[in-house]
Design a protein around this ligand. Sequence first.
Ligand SMILES: *Cc1c(COP(=O)(O)O)cnc(C)c1O
Length: 424
Amino acid sequence: MTGPSNPSLQPLVDGNSIETPPRIPSPEHRFGTLAVHSGAHHDPSTGAVIAPISLSTTYAQTDVGKPVGLYEYTRSANPNRDNFEEAVAALEHARYALAFSSGSATTATILQSLASGSHVVSVSDVYGGTHRYFTKVASAHGVQVTFTPCIELHVENLIRPNETKLIWIESPSNPTLGLVDIRKVATVAHQHGIKVVVDNTFLSPYIQNPLDHGADIVVHSVTKYINGHSDVLMGVAAFNCDELKERLSFLQNAIGAVPSPFDCWLAHRGLKTLHLRAREATKNATTVAQTLEESPLVISVNYPGLKSHPQREIAIKQHRDGMGGGMLSFRIKGGKEAAERFCRSTRIFTLAESLGGVESLVEVPSSMTHAGIPKEQREAAGVFDDLVRMSCGIEDTEDLKVDVLQALEKSAKPDDAAAITNGA
Ligand SMILES: *Cc1c(COP(=O)(O)O)cnc(C)c1O
């Protein structure tokens, strides 16, 4: 949450007749300024501009029950975690943020906060690990989840009076990049006293701030864009409500799925360049998506930054400057074989799961990230065997474009060839 007090960040005392400029950062500052300065307190003992990594698990006390400063034991609170949480809260326009050892631990802790007998409504194409937790773990402690492919249309009918406590949204969805109108769902949810969670991992706080559109909790796998360098596993939840703060920080401490001080320090360092990385990734993904869309070797492209995206209006309303983010997927001509060959043929895009790092990645969801979902269910959600998912990094645009074109040439089968294969 809010970090240790730093004199340079104290609110201005009223009654000061001299007009003083606002301290840095304050909520009126813009994203880049907040990213660089929020939670980035100078070390009061040495003046170090970058906070030291506080590895100590315990903190000395001057008398029984009287710690020297704010800290007693690192699971309950740690300076590096506080700094990181303060920064995420600022970027998500939240009063509070809590960091966890992974995105999955964040999801688990939020689900754990529900009483036995509670009901959750979720979008169908949630992250695989979230789906696994909902169907295989939450049910064991008496929490039921109903999935729906069109949450805006069906949410009202799926709400069970007195039982439904949470609505879970992922926008854009994975791997088909479908969007949800958060405000629309939140309006219905709030009429029934239900809280709305948005997994904002795919866009990062630079492109979308779900709390501004009515969500109650925003969650991230920090592992992806916020850290951005594919070297930290971590999660975070941000929200405004005091009651949630009390309940979730109690669980954060009780369950103990907290990140290490080093990971918090690294993720905080990564977060400082989020705006630069998100802009470059969007620029690259936009060019790659347009290149794919123009190719006769491609069936269709899913990218919220394209005019052809069926929910482009939502992107314009919900995303910063209508940006599409760094993630896209497309169907290649030539089926599963072509999709797999494409991933083996790219030279800059690395064949690997995960996303949101500075390096570009490519994968085939039906055989990798989404292999656990039965084929029929998968295809109903648009995850065909010929679907390729790409995470665009921050390399040079032209190099990525050339890489995609040469890989397409090597792997896709033009229409007549595909027809012959299908007829065989
Ligand atoms: C990766 C991911 C998660 C899970 O996060 P971990 O840090 O891997 O536990 C949750 N949601 C989305 C959308 C993700 O991409």
